[in-house]
Design a protein around this ligand. Structure first.
Ligand SMILES: C=C(CC[C@@H](C)[C@H]1CC[C@H]2C3=CC[C@H]4[C@H](C)[C@@H](O)CC[C@]4(C)[C@H]3CC[C@]12C)C(C)C
Ligand SMILES: C[S@@+](CC[C@H](N)C(=O)[O-])C[C@H]1O[C@@H](n2cnc3c(N)ncnc32)[C@H](O)[C@@H]1O
Length: 356
């Protein structure tokens, strides 16, 4: 009996230690703890309603959910998901090709640094991060290039998080964050020496609207690089499985409609850019970007238990469980998108604003 009690006590202690280190502790390193999961700027009693409102966007006919409502719907989405993203993924809200022998964190940084290396900027330059999230890429890019980075996001909660992270990492002298719509940016013409967007312009109902704004704020001769979410040559609109995967990605990631990769360069040229280079960074020899999603499956179940438990205790707002479940399903659709090769989140385009 005594040895049974000892075994149970040890098991309990081991579980408590695992809970603290792996669930609460590791998330703390990334900047967000499970017990602090919130609905962003949404008050806790409204989280569940806002989640239902988010879904109604996809259930109503396209004529009602017009393009001008998209930024507001995207803002609601990021209020709902930002904390879960930070807790379960980190401060960079994007994918990266996996690199043998490197951690996800390193692979992510390599992918971010590649963007700024392409821009050919350095100390004293002012560059724009279009759709900056909570600033993971911005901090890596500022540290790498020593340029001044200005980030814009539609979501005020992300602005607050990004500013706090910038201060904590000691790069707030190089990084600035603005709340605003990238379809109508609060910056003067020709005021940036370079710009990048990492997995963000897919939220624009019309790519030309965001590209023309970026073109406007860049000085002549400056470069712009974007990692775009698109369907590839392998996507067949008459294959029901393909349609289901792409619709699943759109619904779980607040996308008004995924574009085909061949539209990207055409649109860039239409707004006035010269296209310097264009390629899918997911193509071999790049390592699978969806590997990290697949490997996370056990962690997602653990996270589901944590989120359900915290909601039951009244620590996390009601609705967080639904959001988490939505993300779980999205992870499945994204993985299938990667495995079938019909979708890529890293179609890279490098453009220049002509000198005249
Ligand atoms: C560029 C965009 C976001 C891309 C990714 C950062 C996110 C896409 C799907 C997200 C996730 C899915 C599953 C979650 C999991 C169930 C949870 O336990 C922990 C967080 C997830 C792993 C979450 C993390 C971020 C994503 C990978 C879009 C929106 C344009
Ligand atoms: C998937 S996150 C990527 C964030 C960041 N680039 C990163 O990789 O961590 C997409 C970002 O685009 C921003 N965004 C989407 N639509 C926007 C809009 N109309 N105006 C400004 N930001 C927008 C979101 O608020 C979010 O910060």
């Amino acid at each position: 009996m005594d040895s049974l009690a000892l075994f149970l006590a040890t098991a309990l202690l081991a579980f408590a230690l695992y809970w603290f280190v792996c669930i609460l502790g590791s998330a703390e390193q990334k900047g967000k703890r499970a017990i602090n999961l919130s609905g962003g700027s949404i008050s806790r009693e409204k989280v569940q309603d806002k989640y239902k409102q988010y879904w109604s966007f996809f259930l109503r006919p396209k004529e009602i959910e017009t393009a001008d409502k998209v930024p507001h719907f995207v803002d609601t989405f990021y209020n709902l998901v930002t904390d879960i993203y930070e807790w379960g993924w980190g401060q960079s809200f994007h994918f990266a090709p996996s690199v043998p022998g490197k951690s996800h964190k390193d692979a992510t940084r390599i992918h971010e640094e590649m963007a700024v290396d392409l821009l050919k900027v350095g100390p004293g330059h002012r560059i724009l991060d279009v759709g900056c999230g909570v600033g993971g890429p911005m901090r890596a890019i500022a540290a790498r290039s020593r340029s001044n980075v200005v980030g814009i996001t539609i979501n005020q909660y992300q602005v607050d998080r990004a500013r706090a992270h910038n201060k904590k990492s000691g790069v707030d002298n190089l990084c600035e964050v603005v709340c605003g719509d990238f379809l109508q940016m609060p910056f003067p013409d020709s005021s940036f020496d370079g710009a990048y967007s990492i997995e963000a312009t897919c939220h624009a109902p019309k790519l030309e609207d965001v590209y023309s704004e970026i073109y406007r704020v860049l000085r002549p001769g400056a470069l712009y690089v974007s990692y775009e979410w698109v369907t590839t040559d392998r996507y067949k609109a008459d294959d029901p499985e393909h349609v289901e995967i792409i619709q699943g990605i759109e619904r779980g990631d607040a996308l008004p409609g995924l574009r085909h990769y061949d539209q990207v360069a055409e649109i860039a040229q239409k707004v006035g850019f010269e296209v310097v280079e264009e390629r899918d960074l997911a193509k071999p020899p790049a390592g699978e970007w969806w590997q990290r999603l697949k490997m996370g499956k056990i962690a997602y179940w653990r996270n589901h238990v944590v989120v359900s438990f915290l909601t039951l205790l009244g620590v996390a707002p009601k609705g967080v469980v639904d959001v988490h479940e939505m993300l779980f399903k999205t992870a499945g659709h994204l993985t299938r998108g990667g495995e079938t090769g019909i979708f890529t989140p890293m179609h890279m385009i490098l453009c220049r604003k002509p000198m005249s």
